[in-house]
Every structure is written in structure tokens, then in C-alpha cells.
Design a protein around this ligand. Structure first.
Ligand code: GLU
Length: 303
């Protein structure tokens, strides 16, 4: 009964979301990626890094294999028709590839969900990973991190007509969706145990569940949620203030310090020459948040 009574509304919401994605007649087109504004990353000729086993493996292969997300607007998105990836994380992956001597267009991107990142890096499926990946001490035991290249914070996405959820303290008894293996999932479980947690592989499945009234909120980083809200502003809104610090790093195989420091140097150089900001403005900046100052890079000692 309950579900049947709500179905028509759910269908309306889904249709509305589709219409928003396709561009509705009479409304301004949503801001898509701005490929013409993206910087061209100069490839460093003659660069070598033999001390890095990951780099040496890529040299033999001829290109980098990079892990990413494919369903996070403005950050990491894959065009289903062309298979081309775009977004801020993707640009970070491209500028770093260029700095390490590989033309960015040769990168082979692989979609890896939050819960599978450490394994993918450990078993050599990917050379490095750029996909809203928070640097923390637990993960540092399993993988290395260059960066950070961006600072996000955990937040909440709800339906536009939601009146009762303004922050994490309002989640008692509410159904809250997040991605398995993510820091936001972990934080709700430990700090807000009265919330009813629902986990999926990806945040886009959570958003579908929010639009169809299967859950009451989606929680993850503000940078990710703002993207979903920007794509469906009539259906969704981000509420409250960020309640954590999520510094995004470039994940790499544990112990490959040569690669880590080379990526740190490359990132620093791309921040100084303006490429970082240009890339931000043409991707994540389109969601409406002006470019912040990039956080200080943390060249932590090898363990
Ligand atoms: N930044 C958080 C994390 O690394 C959430 C986003 C994600 O799952 O990629 O867990």
C-alpha cells in the first residue's frame, strides 16, 4: 500500500531528473563540462623515474592505467556513448601523467568503486587512483597517497521538499545511504549509530534511492553531493555544514616512495603554473563553487 501510494510521485521525480539531464524546453541548459576551457598539459619529454616500479611498469606498457569514478558529476564521469572520462579528478590524473612523461590521452581509465581501491592498487590492476579518495592513516597502511589536491567535507543530500534533516544530528531513525568502504559510511556508523545505514557500491545508486523514497538522505563529500544537486536542482538539495575533513589524495601502491614524491612535485608544479585552477574552473567549478586555494601538499616520511 505504502509503496503503491508513493509510486506516481517517484516516477515523476525520475522523469523530472531525466528532463533536467536532457535539457528541458524553456529552461536554461545545465552547465556541462567545458572541454574548450581545459588546459593542454605539456608532456615532460625525457622524464625517467627508474626508482619507481610502478613507473617502470607503465613505461614498458607504454601508458598509465588509472583508477577513477565514472558516476560523480564534475569529478569523474564516463560518457556512456564514447567511453570518455571527464571531471576534475580526471584532469588531475591527466596533468600528472603529462608531468611523468606520458601523453594524457594515452591513459587507460578503469572505474573502481570506493570499496575496491586498496585491492586494485595492491594487486597492480592500476598504477594510480584519482577519485575523491580521502587520505587517512588507516588507508596509509595499505596504499600511498600523493597530495592532497583538494579538501572536501562530509555533507548530506536530501529531497528538496525535506523539512526534517538539517545536519547529521537529525538522522536518528532515518534511512541514510552511502557507499560501502567510504569514510562517510564509516563516520555515520561510528558517530551516528541511530541512523539506519544503507550501503551500495556507488553514490549514484544512493541518489536513485533518494529520488524514489527508498532512503531519506545520501551522505558523502560535499563536492560529490553538490554535483548531484546541480544536475537536479528542482529535486535535490545539499543541507547543513560539512562535518568532516576529507583531503583528496592520489592513491598509489604502498611503498613506492619514488612515485609518490614525483607525483607531489608534479602536483606542486601544476598548482604553480595555473593548470590546477584552470582545470578546476572548467570542471568542478561549474557546480557553482569558486576555486579554493589548494591544500598544502603533505610529503610524509616513508614508513
Ligand atoms: N572521500 C570519501 C572516501 O574516500 C568519500 C568519497 C568516496 O567514497 O570516494 O571514502
Amino acid at each position: 500500500m505504502f509503496r503503491i501510494a508513493r509510486a506516481p510521485r517517484a516516477v515523476c521525480l525520475l522523469l523530472a531528473l531525466l528532463a533536467a539531464a536532457c535539457g528541458r524546453e524553456g529552461s536554461p541548459p545545465g552547465k556541462g563540462p567545458a572541454p574548450e576551457k581545459l588546459p593542454k598539459y605539456q608532456v615532460r619529454e625525457g622524464f625517467t623515474l627508474p626508482a619507481s616500479r610502478t613507473w617502470a611498469r607503465a613505461r614498458k606498457r607504454g601508458h598509465f592505467v588509472v583508477g577513477a569514478k565514472e558516476d560523480q558529476p564534475y569529478l569523474g564521469e564516463k560518457d556512456p556513448a564514447t567511453g570518455i572520462y571527464s571531471g576534475f579528478d580526471i584532469e588531475i590524473a591527466r596533468m600528472l601523467s603529462a608531468s611523468l612523461g606520458f601523453p594524457p590521452k594515452t591513459i587507460e581509465f578503469r572505474t573502481i568503486a570506493s570499496a575496491n581501491r586498496e585491492t586494485a592498487l595492491q594487486n597492480g590492476q592500476i598504477d594510480y587512483y584519482v577519485g575523491t579518495y580521502t587520505i587517512n592513516d588507516n588507508r596509509k597502511k595499505l596504499v600511498g597517497f600523493a597530495g592532497p589536491y583538494y579538501l572536501a567535507g562530509q555533507s548530506l543530500l536530501v529531497r528538496r521538499d525535506e523539512k526534517g534533516i538539517h545536519g547529521p544530528e537529525d538522522l536518528d531513525g532515518k534511512r541514510v545511504c552511502s557507499a560501502a568502504g567510504s569514510t562517510p559510511y564509516q563516520r555515520i556508523r561510528s558517530d551516528y549509530p541511530k541512523a539506519v545505514l544503507v550501503a551500495y557500491d556507488t553514490y549514484s545508486i544512493c541518489v536513485d534511492n533518494l529520488l524514489t523514497y527508498q532512503v531519506d538522505a545520501v551522505t558523502t563529500d560535499d563536492a560529490i553531493l553538490i554535483g548531484y544537486a546541480a544536475k537536479a536542482p528542482r529535486e535535490l538539495k545539499v543541507v547543513g555544514r560539512p562535518f568532516s575533513k576529507e583531503p583528496y589524495g592520489i592513491g598509489l601502491p604502498h611503498g613506492d616512495t619514488a612515485l609518490r614524491l614525483a607525483l607531489d612535485d608534479a602536483l606542486q608544479a601544476r598548482e604553480s603554473n595555473g593548470d590546477w585552477k584552470k582545470a578546476y574552473d572548467a570542471t568542478l567549478g561549474l557546480s557553482g563553487v569558486p576555486a579554493p586555494h589548494p591544500p598544502a601538499i603533505d610529503r610524509y616520511p616513508a614508513s
